[in-house]
Design a protein around this ligand. Structure first.
Ligand code: UD1
Length: 338
């Protein structure tokens, strides 16, 4: 029997790529998304690249009655929860907005799941829960401690999940701690489409390459790294989507955290160099002061996910940026132009 999966935030960057992979594996997909930071056009693309077995609901998950309705209307057997606010700087300005949105929506989901006898939950967490890491690469057992309200919502939700699983052994929960998701679908039809000025490096680099922005700022050239710029563990979004399928298929009683990363680091200057090569464009940049809250290096130890989920991120930096560039060059204004 085909399983029905609720994908919250399924119109967003990682959610949409995961929805496609689920459909290609013959799952039925119910997408709930309020479109506050995503486009309905992504839903049409998901149907083209995956299959038409998608039911889309434009809902705000902070309204519990609407969440209940999703479970009443569909035979949902598992939930993959991406929906949430995710801009670090904005979370510092509007902490209540972040706590209310991210925590209320998740608590509504979890309580409606229990009421509808659904216990399988995959949560979109983040390497941000490691705060400033003391050990590299970072294993799941490393101490946690977020440094901003956005990160704290991720950590609090992880803790809520652990408490629920401890209280009731029907729960089967995976907390997926993503490192730096980048890239796009190989078709060039689905990709990252941030509203306003991108906060993250790769979308900014791509917008410079396509001529939407003049120049990149490199935040710090004096980090304790091989070339002085920040090092991150970038992971292709399609590999990340595959990680969600592996987690869903390997769920077991309790609550487990998994790092989803490659275990390889790339610096900002390497990203610029590779992006210039794959796009054939020059990417002008200035090295400026460090961004507040940044760290020198973030690197996953993905051994646990490799071993327990039978999953590995295979696509390299060149593939990530080639796909990101295909998406950006085919859709210079993102979904707005399709
Ligand atoms: C950021 C968030 C993190 C969140 C993640 C996913 C911060 C401080 N951290 O991670 O909490 O989970 O995004 O959305 O915002 N860089 C530049 N110039 C730019 C942008 C970035 O030099 O215009 C550098 C950064 O200093 C960093 C690297 O590029 O070294 C990656 O930055 P970014 O893509 O924003 O990711 P993180 O900071 O790792």
């Amino acid at each position: 029997m085909t399983k029905t999966i609720l994908v919250t935030g399924g119109a967003g960057f990682i959610g949409s790529h995961t929805a496609v992979e689920l459909l290609l594996r013959d799952y039925r997909v119910v997408i709930a998304d309020d479109l506050s930071n995503s486009s309905a056009k992504a839903i049409e693309v998901i149907k083209t690249l995956g299959s038409a077995d998608v039911s889309f609901h434009e809902v705000d998950l902070t309204d519990e009655a609407l969440v209940a309705q999703l479970f009443d209307e569909h035979p949902i057997e598992a939930v993959v929860h991406f929906a949430g606010l995710k801009a670090v700087g904005e979370s510092v300005e509007k902490p209540m907005h972040y706590y209310r949105t991210n925590l209320t929506s998740t608590m509504n989901l979890l309580s409606q799941m229990a009421q509808h006898d659904v216990w399988d939950f995959v949560f979109s967490s983040s390497a941000t829960v490691y705060g400033t890491p003391e050990q590299l690469p970072i294993p799941e057992s490393a101490p946690t401690g977020a440094t901003n309200p956005y990160g704290r919502t991720k950590l609090m939700i992880e803790e809520i999940c652990q408490d629920l699983a401890a209280a009731d052994d029907r729960w089967r929960i995976s907390l997926l701690r993503y490192f730096n998701p980048v890239g796009a679908h190989a078709s060039g039809q689905l990709g990252e489409d941030p509203r306003g000025i991108p906060n993250n490096l790769v979308p900014f680099v791509m917008q410079v390459a396509v001529g939407r922005r003049e120049k990149l700022q490199v935040f710090g050239g004096d980090w304790d790294t091989p070339d002085g710029s920040g090092v991150r563990d970038y992971i292709h979004v399609v590999d990340l989507a595959a990680g969600h399928l592996a987690a869903l298929e390997k769920l077991r009683a309790g609550c487990e955290a998994y790092n989803l990363g490659t275990g390889n680091g790339s610096s900002v200057l390497e990203i610029i160099g590779t992006a210039e090569r794959v796009s054939g464009k020059t990417i002008p940049y200035d090295v400026v002061d460090r961004r507040s809250g940044d760290i020198a290096t973030s690197l996953a130890d993905p051994t646990k996910a490799n071993r327990e989920l039978g999953w590995r991120a295979d696509r390299n930096l060149e593939a990530m940026l080639t796909d990101a560039w295909r998406w950006q060059s085919m859709n210079p204004m993102g979904f707005a132009e399709n």
